[in-house]
Ligand binder design. Structure first.
Ligand SMILES: *Cc1c(COP(=O)(O)O)cnc(C)c1O
Length: 432
């Protein structure tokens, strides 16, 4: 296969070729790899801010239907500098652990704009969240309600809670990132929700303020959201007929991004029909909460990696690169496909390569069967690596996690240095 033209990169604003050199904003990927080494995650500040503003604009456009609170899902990318960018734009945060709450506070986030999600909160994390003054706990079971009431009593506080409902809809996404099916561990079945409302009324340290749902991730159409919403709105009717009043509806996150050829709705196309449905069914006076993660940061980041060896076996061509599944696990975990492009695009005769890392697992691949013109030493960029990349990195094979760099126009900031091997075992103890 002849590669003649420089690739164009739809869906990746602020990441593009200038002549034949890949640039993140105004900085070349080759220069970044030279300066910071590889593997390194690089994020475009403008791309994060653009995505965040699209949600802010969508919220403003929908204000006639309902007012919207934005809560960034920290687990998608929890680097302090990124949380700081979003906090400065007025965003709140959706957390799933006490550790994430501490990150939000360290980055200057406002606890009063934090919602605490997750199916397995510990008493210690609940206490930290109560003492910090978070806005709301999204509760997923009767036993969690009881524990939260006990912890709130000890803290001398009243916990604001929303019930996370499992609306039993198929979001049409990968099974590992689908969360709204009856068979998933997440949420409360609709037919159990009304009795939990009764339970909350009996618990003196809880106050029911909302209802929440989150049906999965990398969802590329609005239909499953509207299905889930209809069920949620039915349930709100049932709950309020029992005398409770709900202040807010939390629609969750999960909006997909373009990895290869997907065409997900824009934030506005995603939000508008949901707000319209809420208003049309008479619930427009309530606040709406959204919790996007991937769609804020996913296409703002690339993972730079250098080709160590080109290896041809009787079956295949392999490009063995210095990034591995411990650095970016999405291909191994979800069979996810992400574009992989050269830092310097060269015309020539392309071969089909499996792009693999040095880790001792056959699941250790970043991409398969990719047509590239490649030499040893070449730098490659794995696109769409801003979400569920660095946050899922591990030290398997005693590999140091990558550096992280933020590009802002021509400015470059090292927002997390590469780990060093001595850091990896510094706190371990030898036997006497
Ligand atoms: C993971 C998660 C999100 C964010 O999902 P994205 O697909 O990254 O938008 C939002 N809310 C909850 C409860 C989550 O678990």
């Amino acid at each position: 296969m002849q590669i003649l033209a420089v690739p164009n990169l739809p869906g990746h604003p602020h990441i593009a070729y200038c002549d034949a050199s890949l640039q993140i904003e105004h900085v070349s990927a080759t220069a970044l790899a030279q300066e910071f080494g590889t593997p390194t995650y690089v994020y475009s500040r403008a791309a994060i801010e653009d995505a965040a503003r699209q949600f802010l604009d969508a919220a403003a456009a929908g204000a006639a239907h309902a007012s919207v609170d934005l809560r960034y899902a920290v687990k998608a990318n929890s680097s302090l500098a990124i949380l700081q960018i979003l906090a400065r734009l007025g965003w709140g945060f959706d957390i799933v652990s006490g550790g994430e709450l501490l990150r939000v506070l360290a980055a200057g986030g406002d606890a009063a704009k934090v919602v605490f999600s997750g199916v397995g909160k510990t008493a210690a994390d609940m206490r930290l969240a109560l003492d910090s003054g978070i806005d709301c706990f999204n509760v997923e079971s009767s036993n969690e309600l009881m524990l939260l009431d006990t912890v709130a009593a000890q803290a001398g506080k009243t916990a604001r809670v929303a019930l996370r409902i499992n609306p039993d809809v198929d979001a049409g996404t990968h099974p590992y990132i689908s969360t709204g099916l009856r068979s998933n561990k997440f949420g409360i079945a609709q037919d159990q929700a009304v009795s939990l409302v009764g339970q909350i009324a009996q618990l003196r340290h809880l106050r029911l303020v909302g209802i929440a749902s989150h049906i999965g991730s990398q969802i590329t159409s609005t239909a499953p959201y509207l299905d889930a919403l209809d069920r949620i709105l039915d349930l709100i009717g049932d709950i309020e007929r029992k005398g409770a009043h709900l202040e807010h509806i939390d629609l969750g996150g999960g909006l997909g991004i373009r990895y290869t050829d997907q065409t997900p709705p824009t934030p506005r196309e995603w939000l508008e029909p949901q707000l319209a449905r809420i208003a049309a069914r008479g619930y427009g006076h309530r606040k709406v909460v959204i919790e996007p993660g991937r769609s804020v940061v996913g296409n703002a980041g690339v993972l730079l990696t250098r080709t160590l060896f080109v290896k041809t076996t009787p079956a295949k061509h392999f490009a063995i690169v210095d990034a591995a599944m411990n650095d970016l696990i999405r291909p191994a975990l979800y069979a996810a496909e992400q574009e992989i492009v050269p830092a310097e695009s060269r015309p020539g005769n392309a071969l089909r390569y499996d792009i693999v890392g040095p880790v001792c697992e056959s699941a250790d691949f970043l991409g398969r069967d990719r047509a590239l013109v490649l030499q040893e030493g070449d730098v490659l960029a794995v696109l769409s690596s801003g979400a569920y990349g660095m946050v899922m990195a591990s030290n398997y094979n005693t590999r140091c996690r990558p550096a992280e760099v933020l590009v802002d126009g021509k400015d470059v900031t090292l927002i997390r240095p590469r780990e060093t091997p001595d850091q990896l075992y510094a706190s371990e103890r030898l036997l006497a």
